[in-house]
Design a protein around this ligand. Structure first.
Ligand SMILES: *Cc1c(COP(=O)(O)O)cnc(C)c1O
Length: 401
C-alpha cells in the first residue's frame, strides 16, 4: 500500500480508522509456510485474539490456516467465518469445564492447561481427545509482561508435574492427542526457543497416541527500523530438521502446529488519526490526535513502540513532537518523536497496528470505536463501521427517577 492510498482511505472513511493490507497478511502467512516447507504436515492456527474481525478470519480461512482461540466466543467467530471446526484449537486459560464442553460440542480441539480440569474432564469424557498445554519454564522473550513460560506464570502445566498428568491419563484412560506450549511473545533468541522445544519433545515421548505437537507462538516482529525480528527462516530450518528426527524416533506421523498472531497481522495494520491540536508548552510540542488508549492501548499498557508518520506532509522538515490522545488520562503514544512538521488537521499514521490494537479497544470516555477497512486487490473495503451513539446505549436499561 502506498501512503497516498492511506490518505484516500482517511478521506473516504474518516478518522480514526484501522486499515489492514490483505496482501501483506497473505505474504507473511506464505513466508511462515515456506520456512517450514521441510515438514510434511504443518498446521498454522492464526491467534484470533490479535485481530478478530470476521473478514480477517475469512482471509485466513481462504489462505488455508486454522485458528487458535481463547474463548468460546472466538470459537463462534471462527465458525461464523466458515472455518472447519477441526482446524480450530481452543486454548483457554482458567475457564470452566462447561466452557470446554461447549467447545467440544462445537467440534473443536480442546487444550487443557491445568491438572484439576484435566482430571475432571478425563473422568467425564475419556473418549474425547485432549491436548495438554505444558509450561517448559523457559523465558524466550525479553519483556516479562508478555512472557508466559516462566516459573511463576499462570499458564500451562509445569513440566515437573508430568508424572501427575501421566497418572491421570492412566486412571481415566483418556486420550491425549497433542502437546502444546506457548512461551509468550517476542522470541529474541532462537536457541532459547529451541531449548524449550527440546523440553516439549522430551515430554511428548511419554504419550503414545499423539497426533500433533503445537509450539505456540511468540514470533517477534520489528517495531522500529533496525529492531530485531525472529529469524523465521532459520528457525524453520532448524526446527523442521529436529521435528523430522523426532517423528522418525516416535514412529508415527505427527503434525507440527504453530499459532502466531502478531507475526501474521501486526505489520499489515495502519492506524489513521487526525491531529486536533498542536500545543506548544515550555518544554514540548504536543500533537493531540482524535484517539487515545481507548483505541490503541499498547504503548501505555506494554510500553510498546509504534512508529508514527505524518501522511499529510511527508516531505516536511522534521521536528520533535509528543503525540498524545484526547482521553482524560495520560495517554502518550510517543514522546519526542521526530515527525515531519505537523499542522492541525494533518493525518498521522501509526504503524504495526494490525495486532492487539482494535481487538483491545474500548469505549472509555464514551468514545466510538474506530472503523476498520481492508485493502484487498488494490481496493478499500469497509469491514467494520465506526460505532454510533446508538451502539453506546443499546444495551442499557434506564431507570426513571
Ligand atoms: C496470544 C497467544 C498466541 C499468539 O501470540 P503472538 O505473540 O501474537 O504470536 C498464541 N497462542 C496462545 C495460546 C496465545 O495466548
Amino acid at each position: 500500500m502506498k501512503q497516498t492510498d492511506l490518505l484516500h482511505i482517511s478521506e473516504s472513511y474518516g478518522d480514526p480508522s484501522y486499515v489492514y493490507d490483505a496482501d501483506l497478511i497473505s505474504s507473511q502467512y506464505k513466508r511462515l509456510c515456506d520456512a517450514f516447507a521441510g515438514v510434511e504436515e504443518l498446521r498454522l492456527h492464526y491467534a484470533v485474539k490479535a485481530n478478530s474481525n470476521l473478514s480477517i478470519l475469512k482471509l485466513f480461512n481462504h489462505l488455508g490456516a486454522g485458528l487458535d482461540t481463547v474463548s468460546i466466543q472466538e470459537v463462534q467467530l471462527g465458525l461464523r467465518a466458515g472455518v472447519n471446526p477441526k482446524k480450530i484449537i481452543f486454548t483457554p486459560n482458567g475457564v470452566s469445564i462447561e466452557e470446554l464442553e461447549e467447545a467440544v460440542k462445537l467440534g473443536v480441539q480442546i487444550n487443557i492447561d491445568n491438572l484439576s480440569i484435566l482430571e475432571q474432564f478425563g473422568q467425564k469424557h475419556p473418549n474425547i481427545p485432549v491436548c495438554v498445554r505444558i509450561n517448559p519454564h523457559v523465558m524466550a522473550g525479553g519483556n516479562s509482561k508478555i512472557s508466559v513460560g516462566h516459573i511463576d506464570s499462570k499458564f500451562g502445566i509445569s513440566i515437573h508435574q508430568i508424572p501427575h498428568v501421566l497418572r491421570i491419563v492412566e486412571l481415566t484412560n483418556m486420550n491425549i492427542n497433542g502437546i502444546h506450549m506457548h512461551t509468550g511473545s517476542d522470541i529474541l533468541d532462537i536457541d532459547v526457543f529451541l531449548y524449550a522445544t527440546e523440553i516439549l519433545f522430551d515430554t511428548a515421548k511419554n504419550f503414545k497416541q499423539l497426533e500433533f505437537l503445537d509450539f505456540g507462538s511468540g514470533f517477534k516482529v520489528s517495531y522500529t527500523q533496525g529492531d530485531i525480528e525472529t529469524d523465521i527462516e532459520e528457525l524453520g530450518q532448524k526446527l523442521s530438521t529436529r521435528f523430522n528426527k523426532f517423528i522418525s524416533d516416535y514412529g508415527r506421523k505427527l503434525t507440527l502446529a504453530f499459532e502466531p498472531g502478531k507475526f501474521l497481522v501486526s505489520k499489515a495494520g495502519y492506524f489513521l488519526t487526525k491531529v486536533n491540536v498542536v500545543k506548544q508548552t515550555t518544554s514540548t510540542v504536543f500533537a493531540s490526535v482524535d484517539s487515545g488508549f481507548n483505541h490503541l492501548i499498547r504503548p501505555m499498557l506494554y510500553g510498546s513502540h509504534h512508529h508514527i508518520e505524518n501522511l499529510s506532509n511527508p516531505n516536511g522538515k522534521e521536528r520533535y513532537y509528543s503525540v498524545v490522545g484526547y482521553i482524560c488520562e495520560t495517554d502518550t503514544f510517543g514522546s519526542n518523536r521526530r515527525i515531519s512538521e505537523i499542522t492541525e488537521g494533518d493525518i498521522l499514521v501509526f504503524h504495526n497496528a494490525g495486532a492487539y490494537c482494535f481487538s483491545m479497544a474500548s469505549n472509555y470516555n464514551s468514545r466510538f470505536r474506530p472503523a476498520e477497512i481492508m485493502w484487498y486487490q488494490g481496493k478499500s473495503h469497509l469491514i467494520r463501521e465506526r460505532e454510533s451513539f446508538e451502539d453506546l446505549i443499546h444495551l442499557q436499561k434506564e431507570i426513571s427517577f
